[in-house]
Design a protein. Structure first.
Length: 94
């Protein structure tokens, strides 16, 4: 069971970095750089749409989907560490 929690934690960690990457590339058009990788959109858009259904997160032109998703990921990681404290030992050994 600990191994399952460990892999879920690792998946959430990767998702965290994808969200940060998405936020950074969303700022690139300000500098006239057009870069929109399809794999990031394919991964995150369904999650963003689910968040948008539950919580209306757009205030004027600003969308808080990424911020809410980062909070959810962080909360799930803390929950996993509280359920199985040995995950922290596995994570530090990577």
């Amino acid at each position: 069971m600990e191994i399952l929690f460990f892999w879920i934690y690792i998946f959430l960690d990767l998702l965290y970095f994808f969200v940060l990457f998405d936020v950074i590339i969303s700022w690139l058009p300000i500098f006239w750089i057009k870069f929109n990788p399809k794999f990031v959109r394919d991964l995150l858009d369904p999650i963003y749409q689910l968040i948008q259904k539950v919580i209306p997160t757009t205030i004027w032109p600003i969308s808080f989907n990424a911020f809410i998703l980062l909070l959810i990921i962080y909360a799930l990681q803390i929950f996993l560490l509280n359920i199985s404290p040995s995950i922290s030992n596995l994570i530090t050994n990577i």
